[in-house]
Each structure stands twice: as C-alpha cells, then as structure tokens.
Design a protein around this ligand. Structure first.
Ligand code: NAD
Length: 302
C-alpha cells in the first residue's frame, strides 16, 4: 500500500499534549484521539499572559474526546514547574502504561519592547516556553528511552525564527527550543526517539487581535494538526527538522552555513582585512547544513 493511503493511527499509543485546553493543542488532542490515541490533555487554563488557572479547558477537551468514544485524562500540572512535568508524565504512565508522543505546545504571550521589558516579563515567558519544555521533556525522554520509542515535538514560532517587534523574550525562548530539539534529536537517536519543531500559524486567542478576520478565517488550528500527527507517527522517519505550517503553506526551515573565507588560524587578522573579503563572507553560495556540531567543526578541517 502506498504510504499516502496507509492510515496514520495511534492505537495503543499514549500522547501527552501540553497546553491542550484550547487553540492548537485542542485541535491536536482531538485528532490524535480520533485516530486511536489515549490522550493526556494538559492545561492549567491560564489567561493569554499566563496568569491564573482553571480546570475548565482541559476538562472540556477530555469530555469532547470521551463523547466521541475516545480515551483521555486531564492534567492541570504546570509545565513551568519541574514537579508538574514529572507529575504529568507519571499520570500518563500510571493511567495508560506508557508514553509514546510528547507535544510541547503550552505557551503564553506578554508582548513588550525590550526597552520597557522587566525581568518578570522575561521570566514569565521563558518559564513557560523554554523551561516548560525542559520540565516535561526530561522525564518524558527517560520513559521513552526505556521503551526504545518516542516522538517529541517542539513548538517554535516565526517570531523566533525570523524575529518580531515586542517579542525578544518569546523569540529567544522559541529559538532556544530549536537548539533543544536538535540536541534531543541527537540524544534520542539510538533509542528510536525522534524530535522535530514546528512553527504554526493559527487563529487562536494568541493571534485573534493581531490579524484581520479575512486572514484569520484561513488559519483554522485543525489545518496544522496533520503535520503534528505525521511527525509524531511511527511511519515518519523525520528527526531534527523544522517546519512552518499554516495559512495554506507547509515548508521546511533549515539553518545553513555559508562557505565563507579561510584564514591562517595561527594568526589573527586585522579588522581592516575583513572589509575586502566581506562580500565573500556574506555569500551563501554553496551553503551547507550540518547534522550536529562535530560535523561542522570537523568539516572545517577537511
Ligand atoms: P493558546 O493560548 O490557545 O494555547 C496555549 C495554552 O497553553 C493555553 O490553553 C494555556 O492555558 C496553556 N498554558 C499556558 N501556560 C501553561 C502552563 N504553565 N502549563 C500548562 N499549560 C499552560 O495559544 P495557541 O495559539 O494555541 O498556542 C499554542 C502554541 O503554539 C504556543 O506555544 C504558541 O507560542 C505557539 N504558536 C502559535 C502561533 C499561532 O499562530 N497561534 C504561532 C506561533 C507559535
């Protein structure tokens, strides 16, 4: 059977999705459940800026899944708390016996330009997106290594990949997640654990007041779910990659390194010498991608 026609199913698999009480996470949770997964719906039910909590959103998504005949439990643990990460992984394993897929999706938004940013703004955003991914991924990886199987997805953002006004903290966290994903990809390789990152574009409370209605109507979160399910399926062999998905567009993003210039490593150049070679330094002709840091460093010697 062509891969295209083989159904992507998650029967007997356990999927943990953080921040799944609304927006993108809810759309992923419903689709995983429709395709047979047992789902842990994690969400503290916070406001957009991360403040407060409510058990409503996670409980409601669990109800939706149960109503369609699926299996799910709610978790109200915070991703920003190491004990919370341990607890949600433990409840996945305790209730369903294993953990096959982790989707790091929880997030908050607290836009402010860097000149006005206070340490508490920085921490509030980094704590959920970046530290949050650590708090959940570390215990999940331990379980997956023991099972010799796992799929981990990180949620980056166009703001992180390309930059955005008022989002230096959010962008730092989102690009940090790319570095983390690449390292998890390397650390998980020998245990059949794959990691990828997606930068979604979807209508949710994060974007509802930033874009006009005619754009938002082309950004249903359900249209991002197919990429998440594909990357997290056993049929997909992809690992270490980054994808943009949304607004009718799916493409791959890659960090590439230009050929640059060579110089005598035993002798520091004068800064003035750089001026003449600058066009060659900037050129991306013949640029290459590297699978890890050592491939890059040893590539310089070859
Ligand atoms: P959303 O606000 O609907 O979803 C985020 C969820 O995370 C909320 O339900 C919230 O309660 C939950 N959450 C917040 N703090 C938490 C914590 N400490 N522990 C557990 N849950 C917590 O927004 P969304 O648009 O669905 O965003 C989902 C992810 O996608 C986020 O990581 C966001 O940064 C990313 N993203 C979204 C877009 C977009 O266009 N919507 C673009 C780029 C990236």
């Amino acid at each position: 059977m062509d891969q295209e026609k083989k159904p992507i199913r998650f029967d007997d698999q356990v999927v943990l999705i953080t921040g799944a009480g609304g927006g993108l996470g809810r759309a992923y949770a419903l689709e995983f459940a429709r395709r047979g997964a047992k789902v842990v719906v994690n969400d503290i039910g916070a406001a957009r800026d991360g403040a407060g909590n409510s058990e409503g959103p996670a409980a409601q998504v669990v109800e939706e899944i149960l109503a369609m005949g699926g299996e799910a439990i709610a978790s109200m643990d915070s991703v920003a708390d190491p004990d919370g990460g341990e607890a949600m992984v433990a409840s996945a394993v305790g209730t369903f016996g294993r953990l096959d897929v982790l989707v790091n999706n929880a997030g908050n938004l607290k836009d402010v330009s860097l000149v006005k940013m206070q340490p508490q703004d920085w921490n509030a955003v980094l704590d959920v997106h970046l530290k949050g991914a650590f708090c959940v991924t570390a215990p999940a990886l331990r379980v997956m290594k023991n099972q010799n199987y796992g799929r981990i997805l990180f949620t980056t953002s166009a703001a992180g990949l390309y930059g955005n006004f008022g989002q230096s903290h959010y962008a730092a966290a989102k690009m940090g997640l790319v570095g983390m994903m690449q390292s998890v990809c390397i650390e998980g390789r020998k245990n059949n654990i794959q990691a990828n990152a997606i930068a979604p574009l979807a209508a949710s409370r994060m974007t509802e007041d930033l874009l006009p209605p005619e754009v938002l109507e082309n950004m249903d979160p359900a249209t991002v779910a197919p990429l998440v399910l594909w990357l997290c399926s056993s049929a997909c062999g992809e690992s270490g990659s980054i994808f943009n998905m949304g607004l009718g567009c799916l493409n791959r993003v890659q960090l590439v390194t230009g050929r640059g210039v060579r110089f005598d490593p035993k002798k520091a150049m004068a800064p003035e010498e750089l001026a003449g070679m600058w066009p060659e330094v900037l050129s991306m002709e013949g640029a290459a991608a590297y699978s890890d840091m050592n491939a890059f460093i040893f590539g310089l010697f070859s």
